[in-house]
Design a protein around this ligand. Structure first.
Ligand code: ADP
Length: 531
């Protein structure tokens, strides 16, 4: 790999900046090797594509070091890119939006600072992964459950900041954090909410405090580096029931959604259910050539074969119930009665004591009780060993006809680009996050390019139909930001004002979520523009 410089920074200035960084983080906290830079590049780009590649990686171990790094970056005009674990691979992993940025990886700030059993929360540094927190809770004998996403290696902080999701009743991770500590782009320390009191005791139990709530400013943004966060936990329930529902026909999706909405709004189901289509289910335990070796997307007839052989439906939902034995039984009876209105529906429930050891719970029932894993990584190998994926994730109201309409609009576009429709629908009481995964062989440049084109085509169609995306790969951040066009781009105008006020030198994560510093703004919105 040829040596990469941050844009607008000469070799001499960059060398001086690196020396200053090394003086702060130590030689072992500054990585420049090709393998390190690769680890913090887009993991699913093809080999020759180095647009999202850093010039160096820093591994601070303390808040003071983070603050000093920001000071040096301001002095030398070096763009930084902050990540916690940097493992949200389908959206670009630890890679920066601007080629040559210096990645600040917070992996070594990985202490669980507090577990509060009474009020059911933990306080973590950004490098703490879900697996770390889970193991910490177990080792301490705490009767607390952490909501985990599909992949347990990601950080609790990074996932919440990106509006990530898990599957317990606290599965909306952004909504269930409480209290952040942030280093602002000028290196100064700030605490949100009740953390504004220097001698308070309610930072991680009450969110709003006095005056504007500022937490949201630091989520999916480039306005600060979050160095600690409170995260709410669920007391271990007496009983846990993992339920599965499958419906036979595509047309059953709309009634299923409408019934589930009522069950969620009535709080019969309190967790965050998820739906998957047959190819998504099949990809978790098999590869594509096991079912189909032809060209183009897997045909309908083969999808029918998959459903029959695997004993699954056209849509398959997982949900969970928690509480006393009597409560769980009563809720399951109510769920069964409501869903039985769908012809040929299949409903199963598997009940466990809340503190059942993880190895006595089958893998498919683990995440809803907060047991993290990496199982779902297998699905990425659907089209080859060097599997890659890129997610497209629009939002919709939790209304049957709306969800169906979104599927009918987007599925054919994926197919036209030669991709199988791999759909996961994350369900909340009032909305869905529809995750459409382009799964490809990352060793095949043609497939990677086609996935990017397919994603762009989905964006265009979704924007025309009024669907906004909630998260995006680096590649499409500008496009998604432009979808939010109300009042001639009022959202971005305000973001730009805040960016200029907090980060006048534009050193923190330029381009994140389409928010650019003033000096780069005229060049924004093309892939290579900021390289
Ligand atoms: P994960 O830990 O789940 O792998 P990442 O570390 O990749 O997640 O974080 C996802 C994105 O969130 C990053 O690309 C970055 O833009 C932002 N982010 C992550 N951690 C922080 C942080 N501590 N402060 C500010 N932004 C962050």
């Amino acid at each position: 790999m040829t040596s990469i410089l941050p844009p607008g920074v000469g070799q001499q200035a960059f060398d001086a900046a690196l020396q200053a960084f090394a003086d702060v983080v130590g030689d072992d906290g500054l990585l420049k090797s090709a393998s390190a830079l690769k680890e913090y590049s887009d993991p699913y780009a093809f080999a020759a594509d180095d647009v999202f590649t850093p010039s160096a990686v820093l591994l601070p171990t303390s808040v003071d070091q983070v603050s000093a790094i920001l000071g040096i970056a301001n002095q030398y005009s070096v763009p930084l890119w902050a990540v916690s674990q940097g493992r949200n691979l389908g959206y670009g992993g630890g890679a920066p939006r601007v080629r040559g940025s210096v990645v600040v990886s917070l992996r070594r700030m990985n202490r669980v600072l507090e577990v509060n059993e009474e009020c059911a929360y933990a306080v973590v540094e950004p490098g703490v992964s879900f697996i770390d927190l889970y193991e910490h809770l177990r080792a301490g004998g705490h009767k607390l459950v952490v909501s985990v996403p599909d992949l347990g290696w990601g950080s609790v902080v990074g996932n919440a900041l990106e509006y990530g999701r898990g599957y317990t009743p606290l599965g909306d991770h952004a909504a269930n954090h409480c209290g952040m500590e942030v280093v602002l782009p000028d290196g100064k320390l700030f605490r949100t909410g009740m953390g504004g009191l220097s001698r308070g005791n309610s930072w991680h139990v009450y969110r709003h405090a006095f005056g504007p709530s500022l937490d949201g400013l630091f989520m999916q943004s480039n306005f600060g580096i979050v160095t600690r966060m409170g995260v709410w936990l669920m007391p271990t329930p007496e009983w846990y029931l993992s339920g599965s529902v499958s419906v036979k026909r595509e047309a059953d999706l709309a009634p299923l959604i409408d019934i589930v909405r009522k069950l969620l709004l009535d709080r019969v189901i309190e967790n965050y259910p998820v739906l998957a289509n047959p190819l998504t289910v099949a990809a978790c335990s098999s590869t594509r050539d096991r079912w189909y070796q032809g060209e183009g997307p897997v045909p309908e007839s083969v999808i029918e074969d998959i459903c029959r052989e695997m004993g699954i439906g056209r849509w398959n939902m997982r949900f969970a119930l928690y509480g006393s034995e009597a409560m769980v039984d009563a809720q399951f009876a109510a769920v069964t009665a409501a869903l039985s209105r769908i012809p040929d529906v299949r409903i199963d429930g598997r009940r466990y004591k809340g503190d059942t050891p993880p190895d006595e719970i089958p893998p498919m029932d683990r995440s809803q009780i907060g047991i993290p894993s990496l199982d779902i990584l297998a699905a990425v190998k659907w089209r080859g060993e060097a599997g890659g994926h890129m997610g497209f994730s629009p939002v919709s109201p939790l209304v049957g006809q709306e969800v169906r309409r979104q599927c009918e609009l987007l599925r054919p576009i994926m197919n036209q680009h030669g991709f199988d429709y791999m759909g996961g629908i994350l369900v909340s009481p009032r909305c869905t996050l529809h995750i459409l995964e382009f799964i490809y062989d990352a060793a095949d440049e043609g497939q990677v390019r086609e996935a990017r084109q397919g994603c762009k085509a989905l964006l265009k169609a979704a924007a025309a139909a009024g669907y906004g995306e909630y998260r995006s790969h680096l590649e499409h951040m500008d496009d998604v930001a432009r979808m939010y066009d109300f009042n001639d781009g009022a959202t971005m105008r305000l973001n730009n004002l805040i960016k200029d006020a907090l980060d006048p030198n534009g050193i923190l994560s330029p381009g994140k979520q389409g928010i650019w510093p003033r000096a780069m703004r005229p060049r924004q919105c093309t892939r290579e523009a900021a390289s």
